[in-house]
Design a protein around this ligand. Sequence first.
Ligand code: ADP
Ligand code: MG
Length: 356
Amino acid sequence: MRLFDEVSGLKDKRILMRVDFDVPIKAGVIQENFRILKQKEMIDYLAAAGASVAIVAHISSVDSFSELIPQLHLLLEREIGFAKNLEQLENFEQIGQVVLLENIRQFSGEKENSEDLAKKLSKGFDLYINNAFAVCHREHASVSAITKFLPAYAGKLIKEEILRLRDAIDAPASGKVVIMGGAKAATKIPVIKNFLSKADKILLGGVIVNDILKFKGEDVLNSVVDENLEELLKDLDINNNKLVLPDDLNIFENRILDIGEGAIEAYKKIIVEAEMVIWNGPMGLFEEEGFAEGTKAVAEATLKARQKVIGGGDTISAVNMFGIPLSEFDFVSTGGGAMLAFLAGEELPGLKALEQ
Ligand code: ADP
Ligand code: MG
């Protein structure tokens, strides 16, 4: 993989950079800005070096970026131009030194990894930087096919993510505790499988617990479960003694909505003693009052572990909700699905594309 660190002579270079701005938006307002702030360093660095930078990004929950531009100015502490289409992108210096292209997911061919779109995107640029770790699990045109048309480099954030997550994977199994919660078991079970040999304990919460209980034949009432849980769990060794299920649960109106008080105490004891904690996924329906206790206890206990690595959009939102600064953790990954795929030991198409 070619690292951006190796690039010199940036003055007057035309750079196309893929970033990840996929943050939650409500009524046109950015709710959580961690991913955007994590891109600031690279943007500032390139601009200060005298390069012209066109930024490519997506936000899943909106069609257009147009109403978000003023908020991006404030977060990035600079004016950024806005290119509405590929024609404007080609002549982007007329709009500004740093310009953002309209939501790339709205361009046909992005999700299909279209070479045609990638070629059009690349027109007139000197080099491409991928600084969007969180989309590297996607084989999309602005992540993958683009590397066929421009000299491609891994940005500083990708380098940081790979080094820090690799360190977490490679840290001694003894003293390592993985905490897995949240929903979308399909993305979490591969991580659990990978860490059965790489951690002391894997503490479970969230919907995966419901899945496992149902799989074992227990009555989970009206709790949320994954549809294809049989398929998902069939080759996970659910009786492995490294896997820790909550002893008690917080059940409300026939739904399991959080881990129970006994489990909270047991999990806290294990977490505070850990040399390394890797945490993804809330323990319960933390967004609703009365069901955030498990997640809050896990967050606070994690701060006491020696090293702590966390990630996941909802995990970060929960930590923010509890008023814990993200800087209290050793590393907060910008990746949701990408972090999980990396931790599962999978090959990420976006990273592979940077190797060719
Ligand atoms: P992350 O974004 O941190 O990876 P996920 O997206 O996997 O986390 O899951 C977060 C969601 O899971 C939250 O919206 C939370 O309310 C939900 N959740 C966790 N436990 C439960 C539960 N027992 N029942 C219903 N929803 C749950
Ligand atoms: Mg999520």
